[in-house]
Design a protein around this ligand. Structure first.
Ligand code: BGC
Length: 370
């Protein structure tokens, strides 16, 4: 397990290091591995990669973000037939074949991973990709033309599959429809529609359907719920507030969601657990989620708390500025489960590129010069 430094490096220095870790590990294809040194994370996820590309785009590594987005577009257009089959099956009221449903992760060359014995069907990453692509094109005045076909296919795919149960952000609970998944899909479709990149109106219609579905079954006690019908929260729901703005980030539903997450999952000194009942590596605190929480705090003007999360992430960097998936010295929800995961897969994944991305995004939000 990596040892955290007691003194964190300056934020500008760590932010630059994050950018270096991101660009230095990017494959020639444009794909970002989730973690280059952790056996089962040597793949590229649309979910992780989209946030990583957002960080690269903000940090001025425009070519890196471009290359990732082009890689995503190719992954999608290479599977046009498969997507059209899914769309046709859903239009006929049928369940698409499991083998047709798009995976969450690919090899760095953009091929399916094949059967590696790991659960796969997750739709959130495709929504997150549409959102990150739109942000990147807007920020750098990019030309959307090379992406039009991939956007068309992705909008069609999400419109056809958003209502299917699938694995959540944590690749668990596949029998449910998850709040964060719906938020990511809605966020991506709304971004594309808002940027005028979907002239069919399909994305905008799907946004309306998702919103009414969440209003009817995806809330409990005034807050967004972990899945439709659940009473619990999950820290991934933070993304529905910021960046996806599924609900008004400063409005009552966002406030209630944030309060429930703060009550159940946020540690007073900073750091955020995924959900109550998490046992993965003992259920520690995730820099990715601290970054998401800080980003939301920054957006609603709670700057001191945003800085607290930035500090907390930095305090868990290794001496050479690498960030883990879970803070090694974190408070654990289920300590007796830690050894089991360490025996199975070794120490928790470091460097996790998504952790670096979220630190960089939060640093950027807080005006740290990169
Ligand atoms: C996490 C996913 C993530 C993947 C790669 C999994 O353990 O649950 O959210 O996409 O690792 O980082």
């Amino acid at each position: 397990m990596s040892t955290p430094t007691t003194k964190s490096p300056g934020h500008a220095r760590l932010a630059r290091r994050c950018l270096e870790v991101i660009t230095g590990n990017q494959a020639p294809s444009g794909a970002y591995p989730a973690c280059p040194s952790y056996e089962v994370y040597r793949y590229s996820w649309f979910r992780d990669g989209s946030f990583i590309a957002e960080a690269a785009s903000r940090g001025g590594a425009v070519h890196s973000a471009d290359a990732f987005h082009r890689w995503c577009a190719k992954v999608v257009t290479d599977r046009a037939d498969r997507i059209e089959r899914i769309v046709a099956a859903r239009a006929a009221g049928e369940q698409p074949a499991d083998a047709d449903l798009l995976p969450t992760r690919y090899t760095l060359d953009g091929t399916d991973t094949g059967d590696i014995g790991w659960w796969d069907f997750q739709t959130d990453g495709y929504g997150t990709w549409l959102w990150a692509l739109t942000e990147h094109l807007r920020r750098h005045r990019g030309d959307p033309a090379p992406y039009r076909e991939a956007i068309r296919l992705t909008v069609g795919y999400l419109a056809a599959t958003w209502d299917l149960p699938c694995y959540d952000w944590w690749e668990e609970s596949k029998e449910h429809r998850h709040g964060a998944t719906l938020g990511a899909i809605r966020g991506g479709l709304a971004a594309i529609a808002g940027a005028g990149l979907d002239n069919t109106g399909l994305g905008a219609r799907t946004v309306t359907q998702i919103e009414s579905r969440v209003r009817e079954g995806g809330m409990h006690d005034g807050h967004l719920a972990k899945w439709l019908g659940s009473e619990a929260v999950d820290a991934s729901l933070l993304a529905c507030l910021t960046p996806f703005a599924s609900v008004d980030p400063a409005g009552p539903v966002a406030r209630a969601t944030l309060s429930a997450i703060e009550r159940d999952l946020v540690e007073p000194e900073g750091g955020v657990h995924r959900y109550l009942g998490d046992v993965f590596y003992g259920g520690g605190q995730w820099p990715v989620l601290a970054g998401l929480l800080g980003w939301h705090y920054a957006r609603v003007g709670r700057t001191d708390e945003a800085r607290r999360e930035l500090e907390w992430i930095a305090s868990h960097a290794t001496a050479d500025g690498l960030l883990p998936e879970q803070a090694p010295s974190a408070t654990l929800l289920a300590p007796k489960h830690l050894a089991r995961w360490e025996e199975r897969w070794g120490p928790n994944a470091t460097p996790l590129l998504w952790s670096h991305a979220m630190y960089l995004i939060l640093a950027h939000e807080l005006g740290v010069s990169i």
